[in-house]
Ligand binder design. Structure first.
Ligand code: SF4
Length: 319
């Protein structure tokens, strides 16, 4: 363990308050590790060595060397610590993950994320106020490129061009590719946009977190043509700082008009608290702006209403 700790990126984080967990970096073959998660997400692996929550009856626990409790969200830490106590009775157990400010090492497909997910870089070149990535993972680091069709880098666009090209070389053998990490539209160039057109894209999720990114979003959508709106989406953060439901709705409509489907996301602080989630007006918006069908229907309706208002104004002007 001592030798491993020396080689481990997590030693950078030893001064972090509450740092009390052993390193969870992967030393064992994946088929020897039981992975335990406090909750299931769309990216949780699904193999026989994966468990959500408490251990089952002993005979149902598969053979393994150790147990890793992987925690993504800080608000799951108390539950993860409870699980740690329970699973420690079964086999040697470690606890870690992004919630513990683990900056992450090389990516192992299928270990803490389901098969198909890949991460080729960690960290970021930016320090957006609302984002935990730079605090947790530090500056941008390039990882070995492992195959996968769900590319979940925090900021793939910030990678140097030769890494970017290698990622797309890997993607040539993948189908229904999802760029799920939030493409930084400020870094989109026509050269990079053209790479997206060479592979089998399911959806490109761009990031439109601040209104100041609007022109970049519009430009990126244009650069990605002829990929249709169905292939283009953008995460849109709401409820951060002085945001209001009214301001958020304007941004959501603008994003649609830029040529993509906006996907509304509530800002949540480090304790899992979200002021906007409790606000009825934001919740009303959320009912519409996370589903493509409802977004499409809503935008058809508001476009009709806007047209009719315009016609009425023109009629009054003539009178
Ligand atoms: S660009 Fe994205 S990943 Fe980087 S700090 Fe901003 S929000 Fe976080």
């Amino acid at each position: 363990m001592e030798k491993h700790v020396k080689n481990c990126l997590r030693t950078e984080w030893k001064d972090v308050e509450d740092y009390k967990v052993p390193c969870s970096c992967n030393e064992k073959p994946i088929d020897k590790i039981i992975r335990v998660f406090p909750r299931k997400t769309t990216h949780t692996p699904t193999d026989d060595l994966v468990f959500i929550g408490s251990p089952p009856f002993t005979p149902m626990i598969p053979e393994a060397d150790e147990i890793h409790i992987s925690v993504t969200f800080t608000w799951d830490i108390p539950e993860a610590e409870r699980l740690y106590k329970e699973w420690s009775n079964v086999l040697p157990t470690k606890i870690g993950g992004p919630a513990f400010r683990d900056p992450g090492g090389e990516f192992t497909p299928g270990l803490y994320k389901k098969k198909g997910v890949t991460i080729t870089t960690r960290g970021c070149i930016r320090k957006c106020e609302f984002c935990f990535v730079p605090k947790r993972e530090g500056k941008l680091r390039l990882l070995k490129i492992k195959p996968g069709h769900i590319v979940n880098d925090n900021n793939l666009m910030a990678a140097p061009m030769d890494h970017f090209k290698k990622v797309f070389d890997m993607l040539k053998n993948q189908k229904q590719i999802i760029f799920g990490g939030g493409i930084d539209v400020r870094l989109m160039t026509q050269e990079k946009a053209d790479f997206f057109k060479t592979v089998s894209v399911d959806t490109i999720f761009m990031a439109y977190d601040q209104d100041s990114q609007y022109e970049y979003l519009k430009r990126a959508c244009e650069m990605l043509n002829p990929l249709t709106r169905d292939r283009k989406s953008c995460y849109m953060l709401v409820g951060f700082d002085d945001d209001t439901p009214e301001k958020a709705e304007i941004r959501l409509r603008k994003a649609y008009e830029a040529g993509c489907y906006p996907h509304m996301m509530f800002y949540t602080d480090v304790n899992g608290l979200s002021r906007s989630k409790k606000n009825a007006k934001y919740r009303e918006l959320h009912k519409i702006w996370v589903n493509r069908m409802t977004v499409h229907t809503h935008m058809q309706k508001v476009t009709r209403e806007d047209k009719s208002k315009k016609n009425q104004t023109e009629m009054f002007d003539k009178d």
